[in-house]
Design a protein. Structure first.
Length: 367
């Protein structure tokens, strides 16, 4: 059975579609997973992006879309477009905006049953895949409800803006509500669970980002994914010139390092790869340190770690180590540190974070 995931947030333009598509490419091409992207947005951005990326020049006028599949689930398989060996697409189109009307005609509008239609489609084809990713529209509506009903998990995509923070709360609440209705219904659903919250960082020099990240960590704790998506010119450029998944240049490789980290973390969270691999667990490190710190020190360290992780793409590259190596070293330092020494260690780490030195020099500090 496929693992089905919806990426959402009730706000528009937070990079849901881009993240869904690049994550799908990463899972399929770099982690050898069989992936289906279901474009469940009438804007058809994912359809457009993926078709351009994989140079599928098919005219979709006479091809079945997700809307046709909703109308006759038995034809779902016919609607699937092959983009690459491991990556398939259930395309969308404008006609999907007629979904409300269709549900009205079927007499289910406003009832829980209106949320079951996407799942009927997925049931027909899910055995073919390891992952199914749903791309949904920005506003909370019947599409989102259908996607959550059909999903095992949802991921909230959160921009580091105060507004997005509030909207995240709305998205989580609505998703929980839908999942609860599914669980309590007579249809035997387990109900989708929150898999994690993905931070989308707009401006790496902004203090607002730090403030929002700290607040989000406090509210959502472990739900915050350690993988983050940074705003990058290259990704914007993909709107015009899509990546070539079979021939990445240096810039594409850097971009995919972000989405590969996300793919890897998702594989860990759903139990498909071992969770013992080194990973950046800033929150865990902070928890370990918390007992020895007063509030100010804790906040300083949290901000410093955030900054370090924040800059990690550039910093780690310049300093010639990976984020995972850094995480391992930090974790070892804390695990082996006697309580009375933690505070001293933290100050050494703070000092080190502000230098340009490589990872070995950090180990020297504690030798
Ligand atoms: N990591 C990134 N760096 C830079 N630009 C990005 C990044 N991710 C997405 N974008 C850009 O942000 C814009 C909005 O992205 P996208 O369409 O993925 O958002 P969305 O949340 O799906 O929007 P909607 O709510 O309208 O569906 C696009 O122009 C996209 O190229
Ligand atoms: Mg979108």
């Amino acid at each position: 059975m496929a693992i089905k995931i919806t990426l959402g947030n009730s706000k528009g333009g937070v990079g849901k579609t881009t993240t869904t598509c690049l994550l799908a490419i990463s899972l399929a091409k770099h982690f050898n997973q069989r992936v289906l992207v279901v474009d469940f947005d009438a804007q058809a951005d994912a359809t457009d992006f993926l078709m351009r990326t994989f140079q599928v020049n098919k005219d979709l006028t006479n091809h079945l879309s997700i809307f046709d599949a909703i109308k006759s689930p038995k034809r779902s398989q016919e609607a699937v477009l092959v983009l690459d060996d491991n990556l398939h697409l259930l395309p969308s189109g404008e006609e999907l905006s007629g979904l409300d009307l269709l549900l009205l005609e079927k007499g289910v509008f406003g009832k829980f049953e209106a949320g079951l239609y996407l799942d009927l489609v997925i049931q027909q084809i899910e055995h073919e895949y390891d992952f199914i990713l749903f791309d949904v529209p920005p506003t909370s509506n019947i599409q989102n409800i259908n996607a959550i009903v059909a999903s095992d998990y949802y991921i909230g995509v959160m921009m580091t803006q105060a507004k997005s923070y509030r909207q995240m709360a709305g998205f989580l609440k609505e998703s929980e509500k839908t999942a609860a209705s599914a669980r309590e219904s007579k249809y035997g659903y387990e109900g989708a669970e929150l898999l994690g919250i993905l931070m989308y960082l707009e401006n790496k020099k902004s203090n607002i980002d730090f403030t929002v990240i700290s607040a989000a960590l406090e509210t959502y704790g472990d739900a915050i994914l350690y993988s983050r998506v940074y705003e990058r010119e290259r990704v914007k450029r993909y709107d015009l010139i899509p990546p070539n998944p079979n021939k990445f240049d240096q810039h594409d490789k850097k971009i995919f390092a972000m989405y590969d980290s996300l793919a890897h973390e998702i594989l860990m969270r759903v139990g498909k790869v071992s969770a013992t691999e080194p990973k950046l667990r800033i929150q865990q490190l902070l928890d370990l340190a918390a007992d020895s710190l007063n509030r100010d020190e804790y906040n300083t360290l949290a901000a410093a770690f955030d900054a370090a992780q924040f800059y990690r793409d550039d910093a780690t590259e310049a300093r010639d180590f990976t984020a995972a190596q850094l995480a391992t070293v930090l974790r070892d330092i804390f695990e082996n540190a006697p309580a009375q020494k933690r505070r001293t260690y933290i100050h050494r780490i703070l000092d080190w974070l502000q230098t340009d030195e490589d990872l070995k020099s950090l180990q020297h500090v504690f030798a």
